[in-house]
Design a binder for this molecule. Structure first.
Ligand code: ADP
Ligand code: MG
Length: 341
């Protein structure tokens, strides 16, 4: 084979390989959110089958974790305070993980806040500001470490109720990635209501580009380039109500029992595990800027992007070169710069 023929052969091989990847994109609603699965696979039939498998898995998990579907495990647990053994293995796995996260984040991530969140009207959208006494009373039953899982099953104390809303979508995305991998999919992008999970790279070999929402003007405030990572954002602008000029958001500070009043507009976590990214994005939001950075210094197994109310963009060293600011920030800082001081 002469040189020209070889180049043509390479070109045709490349075309064949990239054309061999068919894109399949399917959307559905689950876990109270709009989800889109985009897969590159060898045929559209295979792509459709994998999409369906993922949708079925997410709906199955919703059937376990939902606080509103009356036959879900969590609904039954919240109402009866007991789930007989054997506890569903996925619920048990998520519970163990959540307990670890509750402890690691000093309680900033707490799935036992449900009665408090309901009192503020976030479960029905009939919003109200409860009295401080009522909030204090409800906070008495929010010690998540007291949830017992043993041979008898799963036990809640008297008035405790659980809600895995801050970690469920991330957990579901991890399960979806397992399905993609077991089907040999090398390139895919999941969008589970803003929880992004990138599998591999794009079929052309470039990185996935994921936007971080601009909390002030809409559009994107920054873009991240990632490969095989979860990118999960918790933002105060996502769900809130306003009363007497005060904004009350859907992320709660477990110490006060009130909507978080942290100095952050949003927290984005980038790491491999969707459930870790999801739990951390909520927890670091509650912690606020300084404690979030301190938490990162003590646990550098993830990357973060903080968008602060003072219009700063602060990101961790691992994202250097992979983040592009797309709006006017008052200050852009990479944590490594301040570490080195
Ligand atoms: P998203 O709305 O995108 O899922 P989060 O992952 O931050 O955002 O989850 C917020 C949801 O988690 C709330 O709607 C509420 O149900 C629950 N939640 C609120 N505050 C906390 C907290 N501090 N710890 C655990 N769950 C929380
Ligand atoms: Mg979360």
């Amino acid at each position: 084979m002469n040189k020209n023929t070889f180049v043509i052969f390479l070109y045709i091989s490349f075309l064949f390989i990239s054309c061999g990847q068919v894109k399949t994109s399917e959307s559905f609603t689950a876990m109270n959110t709009y989800m889109t699965v985009s897969i590159y696979s060898s045929s559209s039939k295979k792509g459709k089958n994998v999409c369906r498998e993922i949708q079925e898995k997410v709906c199955e998990l919703e059937g376990i974790l939902s606080t509103t579907l009356t036959d879900s495990d969590v609904y039954q647990l919240n109402h009866n305070k007991i789930l007989d053994a054997p506890v569903n293995p996925e619920l048990s796995e998520l519970l163990d993980f959540s307990k670890q996260m509750y402890l690691r984040t000093g309680g900033a991530f707490n799935p036992a806040l449900y009665p408090v969140i309901r009192e503020w009207g976030f479960t029905t959208e009939e919003y109200k500001v409860p009295s401080p006494e009522r909030v204090q009373e409800l906070l008495l039953n929010t010690d998540f470490s007291k949830v017992e899982c043993n041979t008898a099953g799963l036990l809640l104390s008297d008035r405790m109720e659980l809600d895995f809303g801050a970690v469920g979508k991330g957990y579901a995305a991890d399960k979806a990635v397992e399905i993609l991998k077991s089907n040999g999919i090398k390139s895919a992008l999941l969008d589970f209501g803003g929880n992004i999970q990138a599998v591999g790279k794009k079929p052309d070999g470039s990185l996935w580009r994921v936007g971080i929402k601009n909390p002030w003007e809409g559009g994107a405030a920054a873009a991240l380039s990632v490969e095989s990572k979860a990118v999960v954002t918790s933002g105060g602008y996502e769900r809130y109500f306003e009363k007497d000029g005060v904004r009350y958001i859907h992320i709660f500070d477990p110490k006060t029992g009130c909507p978080s009043n942290s100095n952050l507009e949003s927290v984005t976590i980038v790491c491999e595990s969707g459930k870790y990214a999801d739990a951390l994005s909520t927890a670091l939001f509650v912690m606020g800027k300084d404690d979030a950075i301190d938490f990162y210094k003590a646990n550098t197994d993830f990357d973060f992007v903080l968008v602060t109310k003072e219009r700063e963009l602060i990101y961790s060293a691992g994202l250097r070169g992979f983040i592009e600011p797309l709006t006017d920030f008052s200050r852009v800082e990479c944590t490594a710069d301040s570490f080195e001081k």
